[in-house]
Design a protein around this ligand. Structure first.
Ligand code: TYC
Length: 104
């Protein structure tokens, strides 16, 4: 079998899969801690997860009271990128904020 045939088969498989199987979805969650400021968490939620201020405050308070809260649901690559952005920004500013990705 030629290399081109193998490549066409792979492309056809990918196309068929993308028509029938929706991509898995991943939630990005913030975890509570005793040190990260509430203002910084709200900044993360508005700046990285693009939540409007009111919803950002609600999610921050949910995390503060319940220990964990959902910031958004994405495909794997985007979820991982959001997580890295949160961790990078938190470490830059000296906050111990934790952020996790879980399949939903
Ligand atoms: N518990 C923090 C405080 O009292 C606020 C906080 C909220 C921290 C959400 C992290 O993901 C978090 N300053």
């Amino acid at each position: 079998m030629s290399q081109n045939q193998t490549r066409r088969d792979a492309e056809t498989d990918l196309l068929n899969r993308s028509k029938t199987t929706p991509p898995k979805r991943y939630g990005v969650y913030l975890l509570n801690d005793d040190y990260t400021t509430m203002d910084f968490v709200v900044e993360v939620l508005t700046g990285i997860f693009m939540l409007p201020e009111e919803r950002a405050v609600a999610v921050m308070l949910l995390v503060h009271h319940e220990g964990k809260g959902l910031c958004g649901v994405y495909t794997r690559d985007i979820a991982d990128t959001k997580q890295q952005q949160v961790l990078q920004r938190a470490r830059q500013e000296g906050h111990p904020l934790q952020c996790i990705v879980e399949e939903v």
